[in-house]
Every structure is written in C-alpha cells, then in structure tokens.
Design a protein around this ligand. Structure first.
Ligand code: HDE
Length: 695
C-alpha cells in the first residue's frame, strides 16, 4: 500500500510509533498476539488513512480489546475481598494414632500451601477494615490430594443449617432496593434477620467484639469451625476441631482506628501482608487440634455438630501438631488469589466430615459456585487449584480442557489392557473411604432441627463474661453504633430483647447508649445454663509479642540523628518494622546534615497505621509541625488509641499544642528508646476513660 502523506508532509510510516515520540523497543521477548503472531506497533489502530476510520481487519486491535472486555470474572458471592500467599505447612508432631492423613505422619515433613484471607460482606473493591468476620482458607497440596481447610477467624457461625445461608447473606449485603451500605452490618436488614434468629446471638457477640477489627491478617486466629473426624489406619475415628494460632499474637484495632484506616489505606491488610512477606517477616501460625470422642460429645450441654457452639479450650486443650509459614506473595494476583477455588469437600484419606448440617450444605455450595465464577468444570486445572500429586480419572472434555488425554480409555470398567492398550486408572484399596456412622443415620427423612441445637444463649453469655472490662466496653459501643444505624425501631428493640437473654447488664447498657427503654426479654427456646468463663476467648488475655509490629517514626529537618539511630536499632533488635514519616517524602535533613529518606509523607501515614509512634523532632521541627493538621492528628490519635508514644524533649511544642498530658505510655527517647519498643504491642487502655472517644 502506498504511504499516506501526513499533514506535515512526512510519511506516517516515518513517524516514531512509541508514545511520546520514542520507540518502545526496550528489550524483552517479542510482543505477539495470543496466537503468536509478532506485533510491530502496539500504539496505533490500523486506519484507512492517517486520520481515517479504523479498519475491521485490524486483528491486533480486535483481539486486544476483545480480551480486555472479558477480563473481569464474577466476584465471590461472599468473601469477595481477599488476599493470599503461598507457603508451607510443617508437621511438628506426628499423629498416626489419630489419622492416616499423609501430612501428619512424620515430624518435619512439609507440604506446600496457599492461604487466602478475606472479609465476608464487602465487594471485591471494598475496604480491608470493615467490622466483619475474616475468612481464613488454607489449601494444603498433599501427596494424596488437596485438603482445603476453609475456616474463619471466629470459631462459630451465625446459623446452624445451610438452608438459612442465602437469607443471612441477602440480609447482610447492601439492601436490595438501595444498593447500600457496602461491607457493613450496621443496617436494618442484617439486624432484622439476626434478631429473628436467636441462634445467631453467640456469633453476634463475637462480631461485636474487637475480633472483627483485626490489626493484621498476621495477627488473627483461625478456626475450622465445624467438627470433623480424624481416622487412623485401623479405621478408628475421633472427632476434631482445627485451630490456627498466630505467632505474632492476636491483636485488634479499635473501631475509631479501623474507620480512619479505611480512609487512609483501604488496602491496609493486603499491603501489610505483602510488606511483611517482602521484608522476610513471614507470617506464621501453629495448627492445633482439639480431639474428643462421641462419648465425651454426648455429655456436653450443647451439640458438637452445631456450628454456633465452640468447645472451650479449658475443656479440651488445643494440642499443636504443625506450623504454617507464608513466605511467598503471589506473582499474579488474578491468576492465583482470584482464581483460587477452595472447597470444604476437598479432604484426604484420614480426615472426614461430620454431620454438621452447615458443613453438609457447604460441601455442595463451593463446588457449584466455582462453575459460575470460573466458568468451567475444569477449574481444578488452573495451576493454583491443581493438585501437586498425580491425578487421573475418566472425566473428560468440558470448557477450557487443558489436559490432552491419550488413548480411548475414557470409561471403566474396560479390558483394553488385554489388547495392550492403556486401560487408564483403577480405584485403589488405599483410596478414600467414608467412615461407618451407623449411629446417626436411618431414623427416616426429616426436615427438622435437632433438639440438642436449641440452646442459643449459654455460650453467647460465656463469651461476654470471658471478656475484660475494656473489651466489654467495646462490645457495648459496637452494639450502640450498629443499632444507631438501624432505622426500624422495632428491630432495635427486638435485638435488645434478645440481648437480655445473653446478659442483662449488656442489654441495659446498650439500651442506655441508644436512649431507648429496655423491652421485655424474648422467651428463650431453652433456658441458658451458666458456663465457666474462658480466658482463651478474650483477645487481651492473649500474649502480645512485639515482633512483627510497626512503629511510625516521625521526623523533620533538624531531628536528632542519634535518637533516630537508637530507635531504629532497638526496633531491629526486637523485630519491629519501622516506617519513617516526614513532612516531605524526599526525607528530612537530620541534625548534622544527613538526609533520612521518608517512607511516607505525614498526611499519607496517619498514626492509625502504626502500633506505636516515635516523635523525634527538634524544637523548630516541632513548632513547624504544630501548625500542621496532619501532625496534630498524628499525635492526638496515637494518644486516643492508647498507643505508646516515644518523643524527644524538644517535641514538646507539638505535644503541647495537641494538649496531651504525658502518662505511663510516654517515653523519653533521648534516654530510653528500649522502653518504647517494649510497649509497641500493648495499649494503655485507661486512657479511654479520659478521651471518652467512641471506642
Ligand atoms: Fe462459605 N462460601 N459458606 N463459609 N466461605 C464461600 O465459596 C457457604 C461458611 C468461607 O478464600 C463461597 O468459593 C455456604 C462457614 C470462606 O475463596 C460460597 C455456607 C465458613 C470463604 C460459600 C457457608 C465459611 C467462603 C463464595 C453455609 C467458616 C472464602 C465463593 C452452609 C467455616 C474462600 C466460594 C476463598 C466462600 C458458601 C458458611 C468460610 C458461596 C452455603 C461456616 C473462608 O460457596
């Protein structure tokens, strides 16, 4: 084709084709179409003439736009927002007497894992820090197939029977007519539903506690929730609950912090996981089990098949059998994290389901949902989902089949081997067998709820009683906040009426906070029993190691270099990460002239993003920052959120402007940086009374 003259008189072929006038040849392999044809120009559409219409024959453009148009897939119906990482599971205590599962046979044996954490209610693009349950799903790639332990960071659930799940999810998601609120339980339909479902009250206690405001995904417990079975080589079965115990301790933010974090960094948890792994501070959990038998289960005042109940750790201690380390962030978020398909039905020989009716419903749902989300029954062939052990069967074809099966053996039984052809795989005696459970089947088909599931309040009360005063205050504040957002007064009242069955004082305090009269209690289906408090249920009674926490180091021009170094050295020694915050991201010129580059500009890194703060300022730096709203908020929020505050004596003008009075959690960094670091993971809760903030 003849070259088109351009307006400037130059042939269009002579105009450099890269953006900004430079060519785009920067190394790397040749750019091609999806079908391997090399592409010469990735900037311009093929046109009829330099300023003419685009040509339909432009297969390069058409393919590029076509693929782009279909880049998104449906998000998960629930748990849409999440992030994940690769790692390994190591058996630290072999338990062949309990299970024949291959991953638990030998101390020191490792299997690869992929773990995804999620919020439940929000859409894929919602914030990381709403008040919400967190998903904790682990895929173990064992040599006998994938085992998916698809749990949450809370050991119980809202409902007892899968039949109610669509109703629960409809109620919590944005309201059907208005399309809001996003990622929030604080609205009419959620509270309407749960107040009519007394079985949800135990989970409501957890949801209104700080458990739903985790400080980091690395600092959450995980729970398999349901009772499962462990089966040994001889076929003996024991019941089991699975627990994940975080190495970095359990920690939560306050509500005010979570709200502010969501504005400052909607990706807070995702970024935290990424940064910790990049820094080599690998998130780690211990895997624990509570093991018991039917005879023990039969003696409990609740049913172990009821997912709204937990087994107190004081009753059946958690024995640690392994550890999980997450040491590699995915290379590609979509290919791995988004396409990861977890299936509670993925179990391996030696692990078995129980008859928990919630679990039984899940066994169907997850397999089913992958077809609409990932578009094909062959989703198990996507690398993140594929087992890492051999896999052979006679399932064939389907959309996006990537395996090229050879031969004609696609049915069984066959005798093709007699004709020297490949006859394909055979079932094996060593394969998965379901345990015999004669006891619980056979009394006819019945659409009922077992009588043993009827007590909805005893464990809810046990949870409330097990909290420290600070945690109870937070729960009251959470209930008042949520119910203040509920607009239907009869719903508020019904919640309070249910709460009276949990704890009279809790109900009364919530009613006071709302400014409404306490209604009569709703009669409980079964009279609650008094259960002993359990320390394991309180976050503040857990150990709080300082390693893995994040310190915000505020500096400005003229800051004392020795103090900065002392803080950094102490932090390093304690395994605490540090982010340098300064008025300008280019950094601050410390006293003596050395430039300290900043990680963040002050208005991009409010103190809510840190566990504790070190304010290392010269007097002139402090005076200057005393005129900046972001710096004032940095200090006042750190104080209000009860965090440890280290400072130089010269930082006084800033502290004075904020008006905070130093207390036991203020540390003079010129003399003692170590003391600050020791308190990075604890909060000075008694400040809450002083600041009277809406915790
Ligand atoms: Fe889920 N749940 N769920 N769930 N769930 C899903 O599966 C469902 C339940 C949990 O990171 C969906 O692949 C039903 C309890 C996690 O990809 C869906 C019932 C627990 C994740 C589904 C429950 C969970 C999901 C949506 C009641 C804790 C995210 C997309 C019978 C033990 C997994 C998907 C990931 C995801 C159904 C209840 C945990 C729709 C029907 C109880 C961690 O299949």
């Amino acid at each position: 084709m003849a070259k088109q003259p351009s307006k400037s008189g130059k042939s269009s072929q002579e105009i450099p084709q890269g953006s900004g006038g430079e060519t785009q040849q920067r190394g790397g392999p040749a750019l091609t179409t999806n079908h391997g044809v090399p592409i010469s120009d990735n900037q311009n559409t093929l046109k009829a003439g330099e300023r003419g219409p685009a040509l339909l024959e432009d297969f390069v453009l058409r393919e590029k736009i076509f693929h782009f148009d279909h880049e998104r897939i449906p998000e998960r119906i629930v748990h849409a927002r999440g992030t994940g990482a690769h790692g390994y599971f190591e058996c630290t205590k072999a338990i062949p007497e309990l299970t024949k599962a291959s991953l638990f046979q030998k101390k020191g044996a490792k299997v690869p894992v992929f773990t995804r954490f999620s919020t439940v209610a929000g859409s894929k693009g919602s914030k990381d820090t709403p008040r919400d349950v967190r998903g904790f799903a682990v895929k173990f790639y064992t040599d006998e197939g994938n085992w998916d332990l698809v749990g949450n960071n809370i050991p119980v659930f809202f409902i007892q029977d899968a039949m109610k799940f669509p109703d629960l999810v409809h109620a919590v998601k944005p309201e059907a007519d208005r399309g809001f609120p996003q990622a929030a339980t604080a609205h009419d339909t959620f509270w309407d539903f749960v107040s009519l479902m007394p079985e949800s009250m135990h989970m409501i206690m957890w949801a209104m506690s700080d458990r739903t405001l985790p400080r980091s995904l690395r600092m959450m417990e995980g729970f398999g929730v349901h009772t499962f079975h462990l089966v040994n080589e001889a076929g003996d079965a024991k019941m089991v609950k699975f627990h994940w115990k975080p190495k970095f301790g359990v920690q939560s933010t306050t509500w005010d912090e979570a709200v502010k974090i969501s504005g400052a960094d909607p990706d807070y948890h995702r970024r935290d996981l990424f940064e910790a792994i990049q820094a080599g501070d690998y998130p780690e959990w211990e895997l624990g089990i509570q093991v018991f038998d039917e005879a023990w289960a039969d003696k409990q005042p609740y049913d172990v098949l009821d997912a709204t109940k937990l087994i107190p750790e004081e009753e059946i201690p958690v024995q640690i059998i392994g550890r999980m380390v997450l040491d590699r962030y995915p290379d590609n978020f979509f290919a791995e994290t988004e396409q990861a398909a977890f299936l509670p039905s993925n179990i391996v020989p030696g692990i078995e389901f129980s008859n928990d009716p919630l679990l039984q419903g899940r066994l169907f749902s997850y397999l089913d949902t992958q077809k609409s989300r990932l578009g094909t029954t062959n989703f198990h062939q996507i690398p993140i989902n594929a087992p890492k052990c051999p896999m052979h069967n006679f399932q064939r074809d389907g959309m996006m089949q990537t395996q090229v099966h050879k031969g004609r053996a696609n049915y069984e039984p066959n005798s093709l081997d007699e004709a020297n052809e490949d006859a394909g795989p055979r079932a094996t005696d060593a394969g998965f067998r379901s345990i015999l459970d004669k006891q619980n089947v056979g009394d006819g088909k019945r659409r009922v709820r077992a009588e043993s599931f009827a007590d909805h309040f005893s464990q809810a009360r046990q949870f409330f009683k097990s909290q420290t005063e600070v945690e109870q205050n937070h729960m009251v504040a959470a209930l008042v906040f949520e119910l203040s957002k509920v607009q239907l007064n009869h719903v508020r009242k019904r919640v309070l009426a249910q709460l009276r069955n949990v704890d009279e004082d809790l109900a009364k305090r919530a009613a006071d906070g709302l400014g409404i009269d306490l209604p009569d209690a709703i009669a409980a289906a079964k009279k609650p029993v008094e259960l002993a408090a359990s320390d394991a249920l309180s976050i503040l009674k857990h150990k709080a190691p300082v390693a893995g926490r994040m310190l915000g180091l505020l500096v400005a021009d003229g800051s004392d270099a020795d103090v900065v170094n002392a803080v950094m050295e102490q932090a390093k020694a304690q395994g605490v990460m540090v982010k340098v915050v300064a008025p300008k991201v280019g950094g601050a010129k410390l006293e003596g002239g050395k430039l300290l580059p900043a990680d963040e500009k002050i208005d991009g890194a409010p103190s809510v993003m840190f566990d504790a703060v070190a304010i290392v300022l010269s007097e002139s730096g402090a005076r200057e920052l005393a005129g900046e709203k972001a710096a004032l908020d940095f200090v006042s929020d750190a104080f209000a959120h009860c965090k440890a505050i280290g400072h130089t004596a010269d930082a006084k003008p800033l502290l004075d402007k904020v008006g905070v009075k130093p207390d036991d959690f203020f540390f003079d960094l010129s003399s003692d940086a170590k003391a600050l670091l020791a308190k990075v993971s604890t909060r000075h809760w008694s400040r809450e009374d002083k600041v009277k903030l809406d915790v």
